[in-house]
Ligand binder design. Structure first.
Ligand code: FNR
Length: 338
């Protein structure tokens, strides 16, 4: 393996989460100690239409849809640790998208676990689990076609034997790691995770297995991450909900009060001009049962990052960042005119 390639051995990862895994959450998770951060699942058809643009004001690389929407925003700070997750059912399109982003990310992941109809009806997500030929075609194409590591994330199949067979077949494609969400595709997030399946997979392959699915009952604090790793015999652990509720779960010194975490989150959201609706959505997940509190109501009513900042007493920070960004805009403008 070339030096500098992202390793999936013995790491703790922020799981891919639609709407949650945007840039502010990923940077915060890294600050708190996550080793690897997955972006939210992005669909190949939409990504294939995007243009790569360097945003000189924010210092980011943006992948912008024809309607101007930023589908994926990333920056140098996470470049060595961010995994781009895509939803795909088409090897050629998957490769097109992987090539579009490969210079800006540390690895490419294919989602093979999403049980939602919008994924499965297009043959993506968990639908792939019943089409191993397609899985093989997509992964082989990616592994041979891009220079960064390729991984995939699956759910478990009805029996241990079927799950192990699938994973062994996936291993032959040359993927660098496999994340296993220890639930059947019909199971809901509240169902207990099947650690025994993950353990059987971990024993059956030599690539790193990343255990996932422990948030609700097993992983509530940083010290539980190691317990989950041991219980599953996996090399690594990936957290979704525990991190969504309080990303400081990655902190080896222990959880921080969620109020403090929300402040840090908002600072990143302001600094990277995150879409206000996305900022709100993530804050509401962190507020959890406090979402109907006076603060929660203020967040829900807010329409802009400026209003969100006011709810948290961060107006001054907001103003300062706006001034900094304006100064950068002006400097870039005068460079263009020279
Ligand atoms: C998810 N999950 C998910 N999985 C995936 O592969 N791609 C995705 O984009 C998403 N999106 C997503 C959004 C939200 C809000 C949640 C809560 C979950 C599933 C997630 O990565 C993980 O597999 C499960 O949540 C189980 O892990 P935890 O929550 O027990 O740590």
């Amino acid at each position: 393996m070339a030096a500098g390639r992202l390793s999936f051995r013995n790491v703790t990862a922020l799981a891919p989460m639609v709407r949650v895994g945007t840039l502010p959450m990923r940077l915060l998770a890294l600050d708190y100690g996550a080793d690897v951060v997955y972006c939210e699942e992005l669909i190949d058809i939409k990504m294939a239409q995007c243009e790569r643009m360097e945003n000189g004001v924010l210092g980011t690389v943006d992948f912008v849809a024809p309607d101007g929407r930023v589908m994926f925003r990333t920056c140098e700070k996470e470049k060595a640790r961010v995994v781009f997750q895509m939803g795909t059912a088409d090897p050629d399109r998957a490769l097109t998208v992987a090539r579009l982003v490969e210079k800006d990310v540390a690895a490419i992941d294919v989602n093979m676990g999403c049980p939602k109809e919008y994924s499965t009806k297009g043959g993506m997500g968990a639908a792939l689990l019943s089409d191993p030929d397609k899985i093989e075609a997509i992964l082989k194409k990616l592994v041979t076609g891009v220079s960064v590591p390729v991984t995939c994330k699956i759910r478990i199949l009805p029996s241990v034997e079927e799950t192990v067979n699938l994973v062994q077949r996936i291993e032959t494609t040359g993927v660098a790691a496999i994340a296993v969400h220890g639930r059947f595709k019909e199971e809901r997030p509240r169902h207990p995770v099947h650690c025994d399946y993950i353990q059987a997979v971990a024993q059956a392959v030599s690539i790193p297995v990343i255990a996932n699915g422990g948030s609700l009952d097993l992983v509530k604090a940083h010290s539980d991450i190691e317990k989950f790793r041991k219980e599953t015999g996996a090399s690594s652990v990936m957290l979704a909900r525990a991190a969504m509720w309080n990303p400081s779960v990655f902190r080896s010194q222990g959880l921080l009060p969620v109020e403090k975490v929300m402040e840090e989150y908002i600072k990143y959201a302001i600094r990277y001009d995150n879409h206000a609706f996305n900022t709100k959505y993530c804050l509401c997940q962190m507020l959890r049962d406090k979402v109907e509190s006076p603060l929660g109501k203020q967040v829900q009513a807010a329409q802009t990052n400026a209003e969100i900042s006011t709810a948290y007493g961060l107006q001054r920070f907001y103003q300062e960042v706006q001034e900094e960004l304006q100064a950068k805009r002006d400097a870039l403008q005068s460079d263009i005119q020279l």
